[in-house]
Design a protein around this ligand. Structure first.
Ligand code: CU
Length: 65
């Protein structure tokens, strides 16, 4: 399980946007985004390129910190 910190989430819409962005990345499963903690956790079905994660989150309008 991988945990990442995400900056910029303020509401449930943000949670959905981040969840969607992560689910679009090959190999990422079981995404759970915690708004209060500003975190996302997910399982890796295969090795994940964290640059893809950063880019995906950024394109959704948020930032991995
Ligand atoms: Cu929002």
């Amino acid at each position: 399980m991988t945990t990442i910190k995400i900056k910029g989430m303020t509401c449930n819409h943000c949670v959905l946007a981040v969840t969607k962005a992560l689910n679009e990345i090959d190999g990422i499963k079981n995404v759970k985004v915690d708004l209060a903690k500003g975190e996302a956790v997910f399982d890796e079905g295969m090795p994940i390129d964290m640059d893809l994660v950063r880019t995906g989150i950024k394109n959704a309008g948020y930032e991995v910190v």
